[in-house]
Design a protein around this ligand. Sequence first.
Ligand code: MN
Length: 243
Amino acid sequence: MAVPPLIGITCAHDILADRYFVALSYVNAVSAAGGAPVLLPSIGTDTLRAYDFVDGLVLTGGNDVDPVHFGEEPLPGNGEVTPDRDVFELELTRWCLDTGKPILAICRGAQVLNIAAGGDIYQDIYTQVPGVLKHVQQAPRWYPSHGVHLEPGSRLDGIYQGGLSRVNSFHHQAVRRLGAGFKVCATSADGVIEGIESTSHPFAVGVQWHPEAMWQRIPLHLNLFSAFIASIGKCKAAGAVDA
Ligand code: MN
């Protein structure tokens, strides 16, 4: 590929320090898979289409989503929220869903993706899911601490070549009711949804684990970034990106 696709990576907010930031691991994984990373700070939804130049979107991990976006009051277990980021990412995601721009959504990103599609999430699986396993691991970031079952025949299982059985875990929220047009493609043994994918969009995949923190130790995880970036070529060929 002569010119790598531009991959927008959404920034996290550190409100106290007055900073946007992105972990290097996202940038490095996108680069390793052949994309050119572009960091996207939150901007107003009225000017959001200025980001039309990106070919694909990575929704990154971060703070909890304000439950007001799925019609709930905050429970005690809901953590710190970043209001501007919520509004920006939800609107950006809806736009990418509408226009067919590929989306790879990680951790918080998977939750944002599902909410953008009209679904909702558990605000706190530790208090809302009986028999829940440990999903905030106390181990190195690359270490796969719990098992995962990928749905045979799903896009995600194909990407991982049927070879993914354990993942890392740094979340206390998870997808609950699915958004329109999505299906579950990965679960942990406690029934927590660990992966979702669109059944109609060219590429809209959300995973609850952090592949960007694993691929250097477990190369199979780079497949996810490679498949995401490969889908952009297919979208361009089909004319879907500019639809
Ligand atoms: Mn987990």
